[in-house]
Ligand binder design. Structure first.
Ligand SMILES: Cc1ncc(COP(=O)(O)O)c(C=O)c1O
Length: 378
């Protein structure tokens, strides 16, 4: 029986042709393909008042976003303990302190009510994150941020191409961050995006992504470089390469089909698995989203056994994620009651989800999950 991986990249002739063309162009660094990719991202998010910068990874985008938000040593950043390690590392890179908030049991988003108890005079920013098919309630977040005078970093690494209440992700938040890494719905091999509100912030992002060099992006976008420029600040080597952008352009042109295929597979999973009483499916209609994962929750005592059972049937699964405060490095960070996150960390399980996934494959996974529980589990 063929293996079913948890992630599967959609790399076909278009991506390979784009990669070859970009290599043959003879300009391997940041160049014209990066400009083209940024234009495609801007047109997807559909926000003429926002500015998009492509960077090397989603983690680099988070690092840059925190710097744009003015977060530095001595500041605190409130973040869900149910998040990706990248967010915690980026907070550490700017010298700030991580403050862990619990997540909501239903949506798995940061619990904004519990966040109230975590605000201190050092709180500078809050990171919210759209987990898979559920988008953060930005209205609530905005009220909270305005009340406490905080910048908001919207980690939309899972939700590129999704919308919330009819508004595209990236079009409404304070600073928004995307990932185009190897397993994301749109991949550049590796890549990220930062969306900011003003030309001044964009200029800052451009300097941060390329060694602080005050080199106009427009020059590089013509596959040229200025040989004289000033450097006024510390910067990083976070720019996107032409090869990566070229693959991203080929991918993004398929966004509509990618999104609808992932929606259909996710809906089918939920329709089938809702009939299995031991399985908790996402509370989502999938109508507005471009789902990155398909997750379920099962009792702690069943989860690892179910993983093994599926593995024996050549079905791979994932755990997104182990909570942040479970890691040695972050166990002592300031936190509120994290009981929901602890439970979610024990129960969460990602099932295989691919672009253009065959329903037959989804059915094979659903059959195996149903079979596991009908064999007397829980
Ligand atoms: C929620 C979230 N934030 C940030 C990242 C980091 O993105 P990247 O892998 O592009 O560095 C990821 C990657 O999986 C993620 O899932």
């Amino acid at each position: 029986m063929a293996d079913i991986p948890v992630f599967k990249p959609l790399i076909g002739p278009d991506e390979i042709a784009a990669a070859v063309q970009s290599l043959e162009m003879g300009w391997l660094g940041m160049g014209s393909y990066v400009a083209e990719f940024e234009q495609h991202v801007a047109s997807v998010i559909n926000a003429p008042d926002r500015h998009v910068a492509a960077v090397s990874t989603g983690t680099a985008a988070l690092h840059i976003a925190l710097l744009v938000a003015g977060v530095g040593p001595g500041d605190e950043v409130i973040v869900s303990a149910f998040n990706c390690s990248a967010d915690y590392q980026a907070i550490s890179w700017v010298g700030a302190d991580i403050v862990f908030c619990d997540c909501d049991d239903d949506t798995l988003e940061l619990d904004i009510v519990k966040a109230e108890s975590l605000v201190s005079e050092n709180t500078k920013a809050i990171i919210i994150m759209d987990y898979d098919c559920i988008i953060s309630d930005y209205d609530q977040v905005e009220i909270f941020a305005n009340k406490h005078n905080l910048r908001v970093i919207h980690d939309a690494c899972h939700s590129f191409g999704s919308s919330w209440n009819g508004k595209m992700i990236g079009s409404y938040s304070d600073i928004c961050v995307f990932s185009f890494d190897p397993v994301k719905t749109i991949t550049c091999l590796d890549g990220g995006g930062v969306v900011v509100r003003s030309a001044e912030e964009l200029k800052y992002v451009h300097e941060l992504r390329l060694l602080g060099m005050q080199q106009p992006a427009d020059v590089m976008y013509q596959n040229k470089r200025a040989w004289t420029f000033d450097v006024e600040r510390v910067g990083f080597r976070y720019h996107m390469l032409n090869l990566h952008a070229a693959i991203g352009v080929a991918q993004i042109k398929k966004l509509k089909d990618i999104r609808s295929s992932r929606q259909n597979a996710s809906k089918h999973y939920s329709d089938r698995l809702r009939a299995v009483p031991q399985v908790r499916t996402p509370n989502a209609s999938f109508e507005e989203v471009n789902p990155f994962l398909y997750y379920i929750r099962v009792a702690k005592d069943d989860r690892d056994e179910l993983r093994d059972y599926l593995k024996e049937r050549s079905i791979d699964t994932g755990i997104h994620w182990q909570p942040g405060h479970w890691f040695s490095l972050w166990k002592d960070c300031r936190k509120c009651d994290l009981s929901v996150t602890d439970t979610v960390g024990d129960e969460i399980l990602s099932l295989p989800l691919h672009s253009m996934m065959e329903m037959e494959t989804v059915n094979r996974v659903c059959d195996a999950v149903a079979e596991f529980f009908s064999n007397g589990k829980s």
